[in-house]
Design a protein around this ligand. Structure first.
Ligand SMILES: Cc1cc2nc3c(=O)[nH]c(=O)nc-3n(C[C@H](O)[C@H](O)[C@H](O)COP(=O)(O)OP(=O)(O)OC[C@H]3O[C@@H](n4cnc5c(N)ncnc54)[C@H](O)[C@@H]3O)c2cc1C
Length: 558
């Protein structure tokens, strides 16, 4: 038996989504818990995220709006039996829906204030059986991080620090004048009041992780920052502890009930990206800096099997001046899905539905690039777009001079001239734009069916008739182009786990006492991103399932 410097019932590696849902359950069961986080901040990429949890039949939906049956029908239909995705199975998907609901109810009882994310945020493949055309999203209420006291500066920064919901921010460009005014007055006065009263509001992922942190600390979890784990201790097939450092020396921590690895992905490890997802770049990732994959390697070293390693939660980006240092670089998802915009590869040809899931969009870019140059691809817009919609966190109504000076945005009086500026054959781009305009005139994208599904429409302009929310002619000069690259908000592959979140050995049997969740694992959603929040939701749920199993509470109502 290895000698340990100290021992806890539950040892968690990484302070991400599942770490604290598992910790809360363990503390509820009276077990000791330590969370070891290598960076200076608690919360992981989850804290930096939108904080959206996608969960079918979640407790915030209206009665009769959804059911376990609808949820599993949808997941089985979109994910299916894919032999190249051993991280998923019908059993795991069902456990996600059933246990996810219980987890949310448990968190609410523990004082974590959650609510419905939006009334309208359709599933990303809502046209499939069981698909939801309303919204299966759950988020945290905005959180006053001053409630964390000494821990306030240790919560990883979120990307929205306002007392408003992410959903409201997304609706803002389309609110009518009066609604917009009401919104600004409400948020403005809440911020002014916060200044006077010492409140510091965060929303989205930081609100979720801030609330989880407050609850976990309050429940007595020991959370240690700047404490990287380098090694897992395995004795006779059983995980018994981890090796970290204390005062610059190795420090061995034993685990009586189990170890949960919630150490995120490998988005900032270029060597691993080159091996598993060539053509993508770590500097295009919006994940937190701790996403460097060493636990993937450690899990592989001890005999775990990595799978779905070529998958990432892509998120298309455009490199507006300053993007390298932006906390979250400008997304391009809502750009090319808006009317009066399309995406073309470097030969001037459209190759995808510009609506739809960001994960699939970027996957298509990477695949296309193997056939013809498509990284970067080009968004093609006209003046109607600029007049109506924002571009790269700005640009609505007027193109910033800096964008033109730096050459980020190309501008031309004709499509042919624009084509020359982006080194595309003018006749090909002209033909692509003419074909698109023909589809718009007929009200249907015959090539890629953009706009057919509710989710495409959600990305378009809600002020327009459903059929045309994402369709609009590109015919009003001047014309514009900006680059679009396959950025990401996460990797999505990792170690294979079972329905109880136990890490599996190469022979398919579980390691005793070793669990994993979140993007350290091969996603239980397989190679598909079924809806908004399909990463944070599974991390929190499978972390909770792991704790339930390790504490011997798997079959108990909580
Ligand atoms: C801008 C943005 C918006 C997003 N919006 C959403 C959204 O709304 N919904 C959604 O589902 N997904 C969203 N995502 C993706 C999502 O945030 C991530 O996929 C998810 O948070 C990963 O969660 P996790 O629990 O697996 O890991 P993380 O939350 O990243 O936590 C892992 C932690 O482990 C630590 N760690 C790593 N190695 C070690 C080690 N060796 N020892 C100790 N600690 C270690 C890391 O530092 C990190 O703190 C978004 C991402 C971004 C960037």
């Amino acid at each position: 038996m290895a000698d340990f410097d100290e021992t806890f019932d539950w040892v968690v590696v990484g302070c991400g989504g599942g770490s604290m849902s598992s910790a809360l359950l363990m503390r509820k069961a009276g077990k000791s818990v330590v969370i070891l986080e290598k960076t200076k901040y608690a919360g992981g990429t989850t804290s930096k995220s939108g904080g959206v949890i996608w969960l079918p039949n979640n407790p915030f939906m209206d009665p009769g709006e959804d059911s376990t049956e609808k949820g599993i029908t949808y997941l089985d239909a979109v994910i299916g039996d894919d032999p190249t995705a051993p991280g998923t199975s019908h059993e795991k998907r069902l456990a996600y829906i059933v246990e996810g609901r219980k987890m949310i109810e448990f968190l609410v009882r523990e004082g974590v204030q959650l609510l419905r994310g939006s009334k309208f945020w359709p599933d990303y493949y809502d046209e499939y059986p069981g698909g939801c055309k309303t919204s299966r999203t759950v988020v945290a209420r905005p959180f006053n991080k001053a409630e964390l006291g000494d821990w306030e500066p240790k919560l990883r920064q979120g990307f929205l620090e306002v007392p408003a919901l992410l959903d409201e921010g997304m609706q803002l460009p389309f609110m009518g004048g009066l609604d917009k005014l009401k919104f600004y007055v409400r948020v403005g006065s809440a911020m002014a009041w916060a200044k006077l009263t010492g409140k510091r509001w965060v929303t989205a992922g930081a609100a979720l992780q801030g609330r989880m942190l407050k609850a976990s600390l309050g429940a007595g979890a020991d959370i240690r920052l700047e404490t990287p784990v380098s090694e897992l201790v395995i004795e006779n097939g059983k995980a018994t502890g981890v090796v970290t450092t204390k005062d610059g020396k190795p420090w061995r921590i034993g685990a009586r009930l189990g170890i949960l690895i919630n150490a995120g992905g490998f988005a900032h490890n270029q060597e691993m990206r080159d091996k598993y997802m060539p053509g993508t770049r770590s500097e295009w990732s919006m994940t937190a800096e701790g996403d460097t994959g060493e636990m993937h390697r450690e899990l592989e070293r001890i005999g775990g099997t990595l799978a779905q390693m070529d998958e990432m939660v892509g998120f298309q980006m455009t490199r507006a001046p300053g993007w390298e240092t932006d906390y979250v670089a400008p997304g391009a998802q809502a750009v090319t899905a808006k009317p009066h915009a399309i995406l073309v590869d470097q030969t001037g040809v459209r190759y995808l539905n510009e609506g739809g899931s960001y994960e699939e969009y970027c996957e298509r870019m990477v695949k296309r690039n193997r056939e013809v140059p498509a990284i970067p691809s080009w968004a093609i817009l006209d003046q109607q777009y600029i007049d109506l919609y924002p571009l790269a966190n700005g640009g609505q109504g007027k193109v910033p001079a800096k964008w033109l000076e730096t050459g980020y945005i190309k501008k031309a009086d004709t499509i042919e001239e624009l084509a020359r500026q982006i080194n595309v054959d003018p006749a090909t781009l002209r033909a692509t734009v003419d074909r698109w305009n023909g589809f718009v005139d007929n009200g249907r994208d015959e090539d890629f069916h953009r706009g057919d599904r509710k989710y495409d429409q959600f990305l378009g302009d809600p002020r327009l008739n459903e059929q045309f929310r994402t369709l609009g002619r590109i015919d009003k000069a001047p014309f514009y182009s900006v680059d679009v690259i396959p950025g990401d908000v996460s990797t999505y592959g990792g170690v294979i786990t079972d329905v109880n979140s136990r890490v599996l050995k190469g022979d398919g049997t579980p390691f005793e006492g070793l669990y994993a969740c979140g993007v350290t694992t091969a996603s239980p959603m397989g190679r598909v991103y079924p809806g908004a929040g399909a990463s944070v939701g599974p991390s929190m749920t499978f972390g909770w399932i792991a704790a339930k199993h390790a504490a011997g509470l798997a079959n108990q109502a909580l």
